[in-house]
Design a binder for this molecule. Structure first.
Ligand SMILES: Nc1ncnc2c1ncn2[C@@H]1O[C@H](COP(=O)(O)OP(=O)(O)OP(=O)(O)O)[C@@H](O)[C@H]1O
Length: 213
């Protein structure tokens, strides 16, 4: 699935001045398989961008298409299918179920598409050094541990695009590199792409494209 933007401006951001490099108000396409860094300072609209592509927000002018379909034309059922099979997210507020354990949070997502076995899920937790948290409620994990759970959960489904809104904001350099490597391996395995929003840090990763807000 390709994503096409034509003259898109979120309504709350339409009154402010954007830089010449900003994607707001321009025409461009993102092609499946691309690894994209979306770079912006605080308040320029990274979360708005992510929520708009998730169908959570519809307050924008211009046109966004997934392949040939305008995203404003999708029914709630079509959005549910898209979020199950074609786009996956790590939201800035993570949206984990705090009373449920790490295992339960991962299984809730994973069971929709049977993407991984329990031992594969545990293996991913081990790679991010949180395998001892399998039976722990997410609400009592540190923010960095919760981010790692949310990243693994987002990988537990098929997708063309993985959208991540500042997913490493609570991680140290070493854990960021481990998480990025896990993400990159999964994305390469299923020949998909990702969009990573950052405050300017490229995490020493060789992105295919850099966009700005
Ligand atoms: N529903 C809304 N109504 C009005 N203004 C909004 C709304 N949502 C966001 N904004 C404004 O739009 C701007 C962009 O917000 P957004 O949360 O997308 O920024 P951001 O780049 O993700 O910021 P940060 O890096 O601080 O998380 C902000 O000025 C915010 O106040």
């Amino acid at each position: 699935m390709d994503i096409h933007f034509n003259n898109v401006i979120p309504i709350p951001l339409s009154g402010i001045q954007h830089s010449d490099k900003s994607i707001w108000g321009s025409e461009f396409s993102l092609h499946k398989g691309e690894k994209v860094m979306l770079n912006a300072s605080s308040g320029k609209g990274k979360t708005t961008f992510t929520h708009t592509l998730a169908g959570i927000r519809k307050d924008f002018n211009g046109s966004i298409r997934f392949d040939e379909r305008e995203i404003t034309s999708f029914s709630p059922e079509e959005w549910a299918d898209l979020r199950k099979e074609q786009i996956s997210f790590v939201f800035q507020d993570l949206q984990l179920f705090s009373k449920l354990t790490v295992e339960e949070n991962l299984h809730l997502k994973n069971n929709l598409t049977d993407s991984f076995s329990s031992s594969e899920l545990k293996q991913m937790l081990e790679e991010l050094e949180i395998d001892d948290k399998w039976s722990v409620p997410c609400g009592i994990l540190s923010m960095g541990q919760q981010q790692r759970v949310a990243i693994i959960r987002a990988l537990c489904q098929p997708f063309d695009w993985l959208l991540m809104d500042e997913p490493f904001s609570n991680l140290d350099v070493e854990n960021t590199q481990r998480a990025l490597s896990l993400i990159n391996n999964r994305v390469n395995d299923i020949k998909s792409g990702f969009i990573l929003t950052t405050l300017g840090e490229n995490h020493n990763f060789d992105f295919d494209r850099e966009l700005n807000l």
